[in-house]
Write a protein that binds this ligand. Structure first.
Ligand code: MN
Length: 248
């Protein structure tokens, strides 16, 4: 189906520039501090930070290709389609669209925008090379969970107990590291909880490789693939944001 068929343009009206529409202007900008903590993304599919085969044997090239080329790409495509008829001007970042649609809807825009963002973040949360948190993050992990292994164990356990589809997260919430689970497309940053790592707990993330053995996928991804260097960078950025808020 073409985009025109989904959203027919009235032919009896003159084309209007988006900026003239009242609906475009009724959406206020969210706080820049939060956006500085989580970043700003375009509505285009970002490049994978590695080759599709690089996550094997824990996640196969086939799974990565299908997940990235079909699922992830489709969420972004739907967002671009939906904002043509919604209250957003075209230069809004994906993060702004997620924040606004979380509160004001429409729900299909939120679901697709949040899923797009979650997938952007998921690929960045994984690394083909096992690595360790930066020392300042390791200290915070030790203080909160006892050790990195204990955090991984708790993370696997929480993800394993999720009923249905959703996401597992390591977040910074009120200045503390926390594990959080979200259902379906939901994403922590709409509640100002700053994502540091994401694990996709939807069936399409593992079914080709693991069939029904979700626990095995979770164990491998969390033990072998999480990018703790990325998480450390995100944590540093989030802590800077907290300082900026305290000053501002
Ligand atoms: Mn997915």
């Amino acid at each position: 189906m073409t985009e025109e068929k989904l959203h027919p343009t009235p032919t009896n009206l003159p084309d209007q520039p988006a900026a003239d529409s009242e609906t475009v202007q009724r959406v206020p900008h969210p706080t820049n501090v939060l956006l500085n903590q989580i970043g700003r993304s375009t509505l285009l599919l970002p490049a994978l930070p590695y080759r599709a085969a690089d996550l094997s044997p824990w996640i196969s090239a086939e799974t990565v290709a299908l997940h990235y080329e079909k699922h992830h790409r489709t969420y972004l495509k739907k967002v671009r389609l939906l904002i043509k008829t919604g209250p957003f001007d075209s230069d809004r970042s994906l993060e702004e669209i997620v924040l606004h649609s979380a509160h004001d809807g429409p729900s299909d825009l939120f679901n697709n925008a949040a899923q797009a963002w979650n997938h952007n973040f998921y690929w960045k949360s994984l690394s083909p090379k096992e690595n360790a948190p930066a020392p300042f993050m390791a200290s915070m992990i030790n203080a909160r969970f006892g050790s990195l292994d204990a955090l991984k164990f708790a993370f696997i356990s929480e993800c394993s107990s999720l009923f249905g589809s959703g996401w597992g997260w390591l977040v910074l919430a009120n200045g503390k590291l926390e594990i959080e689970m979200t259902a379906n497309a939901d994403t922590p940053f709409v509640r100002e909880r700053i994502p540091l790592l994401a694990v996709d707990v939807w069936e399409h993330a593992y079914y080709l490789d693991y069939q029904n053995r979700r626990d095995e996928y979770l164990k491998n991804v969390i033990a072998k693939l999480l990018d703790w260097q990325f998480a450390s960078d995100r944590l540093q950025q989030a802590l800077r944001g907290i300082k900026a808020r305290a000053r501002g």
